[in-house]
Design a protein around this ligand. Structure first.
Ligand SMILES: Nc1ncnc2[nH]cnc12
Ligand SMILES: [Zn+2]
Length: 316
């Protein structure tokens, strides 16, 4: 089944480039940039990949991102991800990056963007993978800081298809960023947001009604609110679901309890994605494989999930 799932043409719509930083590359970049690491070797870093919730993961993810310093680092990170995509027949990607994770450490916005963009363009030419880049705001930071980041992006407006919202969800509702998203939409950005990963269904309502999002990132807690489910089904609003992420971060205790196939059968436009594959144990095919192994996903269901990912692209 793995090889069959791997060969299925698919798009990845929920992937944080910083979350594709494999421990081996992390150590290589630390050496290149003379960054001291708190972990002795790749194995002890991997051992630290045991999380009880989103925040425990984010603490490690931001610490790991500290090795990314130069344009070449961001190129190498993005290129390594695209090579994985090629090997898994991912033909289109719409990745996120978090500019504030880097600008707050003194790495200029344009250094980050040039590295990522260079690799995405080469990926299109050399690997045949099309793309749309999403600038994601860190929701644990202030509205003012998000506005500042949007201002920094404006000279490079054409590099982006959309803005997004990620990081610590609970306590940072979408409403906190309504005015930032209003401005972004006025500038022609589409919008997406993480909602209903750890946060309640109310955050999904806010993301839809206040941020006017095109897709819900995660959204698995929508199932707790029947009226919300009906709206998502009626309006065919895509959900970018990340099964391995959800089990690694204890949103579900076990893959057997994941609701993605129940949602699929109810007519929700769900898609399968890897979120932060270096930290959660696999890329897109491994996520499909886990659904097959633990939930009995059939080939026909896999085909519908893959087709949903192609249909839910922001870049058509
Ligand atoms: N799963 C996730 N949720 C929120 N913010 C993130 N940043 C990277 N991965 C994330
Ligand atoms: Zn995510």
């Amino acid at each position: 089944m793995y090889d069959w799932l791997n060969a299925l043409p698919k798009a990845e719509l929920h992937l944080h480039l910083e979350g594709s930083l494999e421990p081996e590359l992390l150590f290589a970049l630390a050496e290149r940039n003379k960054v001291a690491l708190p972990w002795g070797d790749v194995e002890s870093l991997r051992k630290a990949y045991a999380f009880n919730n989103l925040q425990e993961f984010l603490d490690l993810y931001y610490a790991g991102a500290d090795v990314l310093r130069t344009e070449q680092d961001f190129y190498d990170l993005t290129w390594a991800y695209l090579e994985k995509c090629k090997a898994q027949n991912v033909i289109h990607v719409e990745p996120f990056f978090d500019p504030q994770t880097h600008t707050d450490r003194g790495v200029p916005f344009e250094v980050v963007l040039r590295g990522i963009q260079g690799a995405l363009k080469d990926g299109e030419k050399q690997l045949g993978i099309s793309h749309g880049l999403i600038l994601s705001f860190l929701r644990h930071l202030s509205e003012e800081e998000a506005f500042k980041t949007l201002d920094q992006a404006m000279p490079f407006r054409d590099a982006f298809i959309a803005v997004g919202l990620d990081s610590s969800e609970v306590g940072h509702p979408p409403s906190k960023f309504q005015r930032v998203f209003d401005r972004a939409r006025a500038e022609g950005f589409l919008t997406v947001a993480h909602a209903g990963e750890e946060g309640p269904p109310e955050y999904i309502w806010e993301a839809l009604d206040l941020l006017k999002i095109e897709r819900i990132d995660h959204g698995v807690r929508a199932i707790e609110d029947e009226r919300l489910m009906q709206r998502i089904i009626d309006e065919q609003i895509p959900l970018t679901v990340c099964p391995l992420s959800n089990t690694k971060l204890c949103v579900f205790d076990h893959m057997r309890e994941h609701n993605i196939l129940d949602m699929l059968e109810r007519g929700v436009k769900v898609t399968v994605n890897s979120d932060d594959p270096a930290y959660f144990g696999g890329y897109v095919t491994e996520n499909f494989q886990a659904l097959h192994e633990h939930l009995g996903m059939t080939k026909e269901q896999a085909q519908r999930l893959a087709q949903n990912s192609l249909d839910a692209r922001l870049v058509k």
